[in-house]
Design a protein around this ligand. Structure first.
Ligand code: GAR
Length: 211
């Protein structure tokens, strides 16, 4: 059975585009059944619309409280009846209730080698720390911000003349390839979440897989 993906975005949607392309080419045995953005003019919505993927906007600015926004978002998410929720540049913190509704069925990609640099400005923070390496991480989403069980990472060198922009542009293609691989594992039934850990091919992952 084809794995039904619901992708949540807030912006450009280059990760979404990579997934659209991978599904269309048959490289990834999955279907994107919907895209939700909390930002009404996120470019990722256009990417979805031009290939006929249903989209929805749940604009956080129109809700009085975080709880109201999360309740509306959860209701909209459930209408898509997805197998897996993919956070792809979705820049809102989700409540424990919403996360619990998708326990073990929600992935996030983060532009750092977690547990380094949860939160924002990850590329600049890697530069400021003088790190020799940087990269991206995919993890199962829990109520801890960027803190759920790690699944896989890709890394790249930090160069002497790097800026946050050049570093971001080196990490982005890594993100696209990494998401495709991890979702393929999930879609094939090889990856799951059990007892607070990521499990790949029956082995609990003590360390993220390095790809
Ligand atoms: C990506 O770099 C993703 O890792 C990051 O937002 C960017 C979205 O790019 N996500 C986070 O920082 C989440 N904490 P995209 O819209 O082009 O896919």
């Amino acid at each position: 059975m084809t794995c039904k993906l619901l992708v949540l975005i807030s912006g450009n949607g280059s990760n979404l585009q990579a997934l659209i392309d991978a599904c269309a080419s048959g490289q990834l045995n999955a279907d994107i059944v919907g895209v939700i953005s909390n930002v009404p003019d996120a470019f990722g919505l256009e990417r979805a619309k031009r290939v006929g993927i249903p989209t929805a906007v749940v604009d956080h600015k129109t809700y009085a409280s975080r709880a109201d926004f999360d309740a509306a978002l959860l209701q909209r998410m459930q209408q898509f009846d997805a197998d897996l929720v993919v956070l792809a540049g979705f820049m809102r913190i989700l409540s424990a209730e919403l996360v619990a509704a998708y326990a073990g069925r929600m992935l996030n990609i983060h532009p750092s080698l977690l547990p380094l640099y949860p939160g924002l400005h990850t590329h600049q923070r890697a530069l400021d720390a003088g790190d020799a390496e940087h990269g991206c991480t995919i993890h199962f989403v829990t109520a801890d911000l960027d803190g759920g069980p790690l699944i896989a990472q890709s890394r790249c060198p930090v160069l002497a003349d790097d800026t946050a922009q050049t570093l971001a542009s080196r990490v982005h293609p890594l993100e696209h390839a990494l998401y495709q691989q991890v979702i393929a594992w999930y879609a094939a039934g090889r990856l799951r979440y059990a007892n607070g850990q990521a499990v790949l091919d029956q082995h609990p992952l003590e360390q993220p897989v390095q790809l």
